[in-house]
Ligand binder design. Structure first.
Ligand code: CTP
Length: 397
């Protein structure tokens, strides 16, 4: 097994510091070695004990603390880092970095490391917009530091504006992105990804849907576009943001999703069906809201088109990839699906295993190839799973 990558997470003294507990926990759960370094001010916002527990590593605060694991603490940590992430990054640490000031453990590690550095600034809008901060940010960008744009919204100080810490998911994905440094090996390929749940209307106010969040499909779209592919994302309703560079088509019902997929099919090289498409819809749609009475109600359902199966029948040069979410006889059921839908690759997940399937940020899958090969993968983030699926697709070309 490869040695786990080390993510050094620097936390500075901003109110958003408490949110970093979630980032640390997610990094640890996804197999990273997480080394937290806090400034003294940061310890006023969240305790080192919380972060030590979540990272499973001692938290470093003091430059001259001798309990650490390295002979020369700041140099050891700086050399061990595969990436240094500072979140939240205050105006102060940004200014110190721009000037090369090293007056505490974190700022000293910043100077000593040769690892890529990622900053997630978070502060009051006026402080962020101040020409001094903006100059410093520009300087750091010119030196190759990756800086995430703060989000807009209500800030802890009561003001509404730019300055919120980006979503933890955004920071996490950026870390993976920087660490992966993947080749642009999908240039000239067009990939269609379906994602999310469909909604099947019963009447103007009610519909049938399922628990899919769309995370796996969006991760695939993001990963493919980063590797240079042209990506169409046909998605059911989700709260996720469409990744930069992806051409998205938002739909609600299985039939709408089916129509768009068939329309785009001629232009694409790969279809990845990550959507949880409703297999049935109400047979009769009521234009008016259904009224209740004292009796039970029966809603008759009728079959929806199977999108992948339909595309499988039209397949020429295209590579078709499907997902199978199973709760029993995982591999056997998945193999049957693969044959029925004429798929080249099937990503099977066992919903009974913790960490797999809907809603979470992780997945545990087995890749099944048409030639009978099987590749069982460990617990990975959905973005990592996306990377492995795209590697497998590339192999099939
Ligand atoms: N799929 C599709 N169109 C449908 C249903 C599913 O394209 N109407 C795709 C999904 O995107 C996924 C795969 O087919 O890639 C899932 O196959 P399916 O047989 O529908 O799996 P389940 O919904 O788990 O079906 P079953 O209830 O038969 O286990």
């Amino acid at each position: 097994m490869n040695k786990p990558k080390t993510v050094v997470v620097g936390i500075t003294g901003g109110i958003a510091a408490y949110k970093i507990a979630e980032l640390v926990s997610r990094l640890y759960k996804n197999g990273f070695n997480v080394q937290v370094v806090m400034t003294k001010h940061a310890t006023r916002f969240i305790t080192p004990l919380t972060l030590r527990t979540l990272s499973n590593n001692p938290v470093l605060v003091d430059m001259f603390d001798e309990s650490g694991t390295h002979r020369v603490q700041h140099i050891g940590v700086a050399e061990e880092a595969d990436i240094l992430v500072i979140a939240p990054a205050t105006a102060n640490i940004i200014a110190k970095m721009a000037c090369g000031i090293a007056d505490d453990l974190l700022s000293t590690i910043v100077l000593a490391t040769r690892a890529p550095v990622l900053l997630a600034p978070s502060m009051n809008t006026n402080m962020y917009d101040h020409p001094a901060t903006q100059d410093n940010i520009r300087k750091l960008k010119d030196r190759g530091v990756t800086i995430l744009e703060p989000a807009e919204g209500e800030l802890a100080c009561g003001v509404t504006g730019r300055g919120r810490l980006p979503e933890i998911e955004t920071i996490y994905d950026k870390i993976i992105d920087v660490l992966e440094d993947r080749p642009r090996d999908l240039v000239n390929k067009t990939i269609l990804v379906t994602a999310g749940a469909t909604q099947e209307d019963i009447d103007p106010v009610r519909f049938i849907t399922n628990h899919s969040t769309g995370k796996m499909g969006y991760a695939l779209a993001a990963a493919a576009v980063r590797r240079g592919a042209r990506v169409f994302l046909v998605s059911g309703p989700t709260y996720l943001t469409v990744p930069d560079g992806v051409e998205s088509r938002q739909v609600r019902s299985a039939r709408e999703m089916n129509d768009i997929c068939h329309e785009l099919f001629g232009q694409v090289d790969v279809v990845i069906g990550a959507a949880a498409v409703a297999d049935y819809r109400p047979l009769d749609y009521s234009d008016e809201k259904l009224k209740k009475n004292d009796n039970d109600m029966v809603i008759k359902l009728t079959r929806n088109p199977d999108i992948l199966e339909g595309l499988g029948k039209r397949k020429q040069h295209q590579i078709l990839v499907g997902f199978a979410a199973e709760t029993s006889d995982v591999i056997q059921n998945a193999r049957q699906k693969m044959q029925k839908k004429n798929l080249d690759l099937l990503v099977a997940n066992d919903l009974t295993v913790e960490g797999a399937g809907f809603a979470g940020d992780t997945n545990i899958v087995t890749l099944l190839f048409k030639d009978g090969r099987e590749e069982k993968l460990p617990l990975m983030s959905k973005l990592e799973v996306a990377g492995v699926i795209l590697d497998a697709v590339l192999e099939l070309f």
